[in-house]
Structures are given as structure tokens and as C-alpha cells.
Write a protein that binds this ligand. Structure first.
Ligand code: FAD
Length: 288
């Protein structure tokens, strides 16, 4: 099923994101994770794409296809372009089509400073154009957006103007970068709608439940940290059980507030941890 049809049928759409394990030997344990995640009755699961863009050892297509076939859950395969040639991109698109994948998230990918990038595609909108050109209506296209602005853009307004290129290139659904301050999301939504962006926008939420995520995810995300969040971190930074519980509850509160404000969808960054995803889902299922 094409994802926009799900947004037409229900609100909020509830989706999960997973990433392919680095080692092939861990692939089976990912499917155990998916079997557990299926308990949350997600409307779709999205599978990220390795940042290097190397298609030879990329498992996104295979994983997304297997989830759809074996668990009957709709999937979205992510695809990045900044490190790929046009031929690589065309090869991946035809793999997606052969595997019956119907939804692709078109992404630029991060640019590692000093790294030699291919520059055949400079932005996600150029990838979206290529997907449409190659696949016609076969593949539905999703894209990323940034409630607090992308780190390379001069301002939130210029980032939103650039976002319109994606919509023009055929992106039908947007999913946000993680954020911890709902008021930033509401402000972004107002501005995006004001700029004429009408496609459904799912809010990306990541529960922070481990101290290691504070440095890796929280600091790198550039997301603003409201007082409640920093108070939680200082209270539980060295108390693993306490942080697990408080982080889960924070995400539940954030999501309940978003749903009460009429959000189109919730996209949970699971970090491949089914226990956290299930706990969060249990805390919001009455609203789904
Ligand atoms: P773009 O849309 O190209 O935007 C990048 C910057 O360029 C922005 O500052 C924007 O304002 C500007 N811009 C956009 N279009 C134009 C234009 N036409 N002209 C001039 N400026 C423009 N990374 C991965 O490697 N793999 C993944 O699977 C993955 N999944 C993600 C999923 C989500 C929901 C999100 C939010 C991010 C994901 N990322 C992933 C990270 C993403 O690749 C990076 O955030 C990257 O830096 C930007 O990607 P983009 O597609 O938003 O780029």
C-alpha cells in the first residue's frame, strides 16, 4: 500500500523506524526485534539506509521486503544520494521495484567534512525527481524535515522554502527529525502550512533511555532541550533504571500532547529496542 493512503484513512498514523545491523550475522536478531515490534501494530516500518551509500553491501531493500512479506507490515525503504552515482540510484530503484517495495524515503545523506562526495545529486529533491522519472507512479516518495531547521540552513524559514523543492519533486509525506520540545514542532507546523506545504507531517520521537544516547544523540541532534528534559537528564544521568523509566515517560507525555494537538502521525525512532517501543506504545495506545 502506498503510505499517503494510510494518512487518508486514519489519524494519527503510527510508524516505527529501525536500522539494518552492521554485521550480517545480526540480521536474524533484527527479525526477532521486528516480530516483537509487530505487537505495537505499526501502520508502517521504515528501514534506514547506510550513510556511506555503498550499494554492494546494503541490506535496506532486503530487510524492508522481508518485513512486508513475512509480517504483513507496510514498509518504507530509505535511500540516500550524496555518495551515489546515478547508476547506483537507478540500480537501487530497480531492486526496490523487483522486491515489491512501494514506498521510498528520498534523502540526501550527511556530508562528512573532508570526504570526497560524488555530487551527482546535491539535494534530496534531485533524488526524488530521479525516483519519479525512473519509476513513474510505482514508488511513493517520502522526505525528511527539520522542526528546528536543518543544521546547514541559515534559518528555519529558508529551510522551509527549500523543503518546498521536495514537495515539488513529488514527496507526498514528511517525517521530522527528532525533537524534545513540542512547541518547536507546533511553530514549524504553522510556518510550513503557512508556506503552502499541505502534505501529512509525522512527528519523529526518540525516547532517550540510556546515558550513552545523551552524548551521541541528544548533543548531535542539535534539538533544543526544554527545562523538563534537562532536569530529567541531570536527575537520572547516573541511574540507568531511573533514566530508562523517566525517558520512556517523557516520550509518552510528548506523544500524548502531540496527538491531543491533532498531529498527522507519530514516527518512533526505536533504535532497534522493542522493549522501549512497546512501553511507549502501551502508554499511548488508547489515543491511537
Ligand atoms: P536536503 O533536503 O537535501 O537538505 C539538506 C540541506 O540543503 C538543508 O539545509 C536544506 O535547507 C538545503 N536544501 C534542500 N534542497 C535544496 C535545494 N534544492 N537548493 C538549495 N538548498 C537546498 N541519513 C542517512 O544516511 N540514512 C537514512 O536512512 C536517514 N534517514 C533519515 C530519516 C529522517 C526522518 C531524517 C529527518 C533524517 C534522516 N537521515 C538519514 C539524515 C539525513 O540524511 C541528513 O539530515 C542530511 O543532512 C539531510 O538530508 P535531507 O534529505 O533532508 O537533505
Amino acid at each position: 500500500m502506498k503510505i499517503p493512503a494510510i494518512y487518508k484513512q486514519k489519524k494519527p498514523v503510527f510508524s516505527l523506524e529501525i536500522f539494518p545491523p552492521k554485521r550480517k550475522t545480526n540480521r536474524e536478531s533484527l527479525y526477532d526485534t521486528v516480530a516483537q515490534l509487530a505487537e505495537c501494530e505499526p501502520d508502517f516500518i521504515s528501514v534506514t539506509y547506510g550513510a556511506g551509500g555503498n550499494i554492494a553491501d546494503n541490506s535496506t531493500c532486503e530487510i524492508a521486503a522481508n518485513i512486508k512479506k513475512n509480517y504483513g507490515i507496510e514498509t518504507v525503504a530509505h535511500l540516500t544520494c550524496v555518495n551515489s552515482t546515478r547508476e547506483d540510484v537507478q540500480e537501487m530503484i530497480s531492486r526496490f521495484q523487483d522486491a515489491d517495495i512501494e514506498n521510498v524515503m528520498a534523502l540526501r545523506g550527511d556530508i562528512v567534512p573532508g570526504e570526497d562526495i560524488r555530487r551527482e545529486f546535491r539535494h534530496a529533491n534531485e533524488l526524488a525527481i530521479e525516483i519519479q522519472r525512473t519509476s513513474g507512479d510505482d514508488l511513493n516518495i517520502l522526505g525528511a524535515c527539520y522542526p528546528e531547521g536543518h543544521y546547514q540552513s541559515d534559518s528555519l524559514d529558508s529551510d522551509i522554502q527549500n523543503l518546498k523543492y521536495k514537495i515539488g519533486a513529488g514527496v507526498r509525506v514528511l517525517i521530522t527529525q527528532l525533537f524534545f520540545d513540542n512547541s518547536a514542532f507546533y511553530d514549524f507546523l504553522d510556518r510550513a502550512r503557512g508556506a503552502g506545504i499541505t502534505v501529512p507531517i509525522s512527528a519523529g520521537i526518540m525516547p532517550i533511555v540510556k546515558a550513552s544516547q545523551i552524548e551521541k544523540t541528544v548533543q548531535l541532534s542539535g534539538a533544543s532541550l526544554p527545562h523538563d528534559f534537562t532536569a530529567m537528564i541531570s536527575q537520572y544521568e547516573f541511574d540507568p533504571k531511573g533514566l530508562y523509566e523517566a525517558g520512556t515517560q517523557y516520550a509518552i507525555r510528548q506523544i500524548r500532547d502531540l496527538i491531543e494537538h491533532g498531529v498527522d502521525g507519530i514516527h518512533l525512532y526505536t533504535m532497534n529496542d522493542p522493549n522501549v517501543a512497546i512501553r511507549v506504545w502501551e502508554g499511548i495506545r488508547d489515543l491511537l
